[in-house]
Design a protein around this ligand. Structure first.
Ligand SMILES: [Zn+2]
Length: 127
């Protein structure tokens, strides 16, 4: 999960695809991923909860990934499903979730963009 996020940050599309279940990969492969990512910049990842099924063959991660685009700062809240394929965890499906107020940082919290400043003195606009 964290390694996939790092791959998104560094635009390592071959890694993103390699850890994506073959039956669920996006049409267009690397080109699609590259054009989808042009609009924003991934900033930071918060893993909120995760679990593994008792047979150790499937798992899930709920996370919030912060990104920035021309409109400001956004939180991408998602429940991702993973399965083991030849022993390695691969991403199958993600369900996009609304961003609850509880995930929004307070004005005095560190800004999710990673600047080290308080939110109120940094990106401010979160949508
Ligand atoms: Zn900021």
């Amino acid at each position: 999960m964290r390694s996939r996020f790092s791959a998104f940050v560094t635009a390592n599309w071959s890694y993103v695809l390699a850890t994506w279940h073959p039956e669920h990969r996006p049409d267009g492969g690397e080109a699609t991923l590259a054009s989808d990512s042009q609009h924003g910049r991934w900033l930071s990842l918060q893993v909120l909860e995760s679990g593994v099924a008792s047979d150790d063959q499937s798992g899930w991660v709920r996370f919030c990934a912060w990104y920035q685009d021309r409109d400001g700062l956004h939180g991408h809240h998602e429940m991702s499903q993973f399965v083991r394929l030849d022993g390695c965890w691969v991403y199958t499906l993600g369900q996009f979730l609304a961003l609850p107020k509880s995930l929004l940082p307070g004005p005095n919290a560190p800004c999710p963009c990673g600047s080290g400043k308080k939110l109120k003195k940094c990106c401010r606009h979160i949508g």
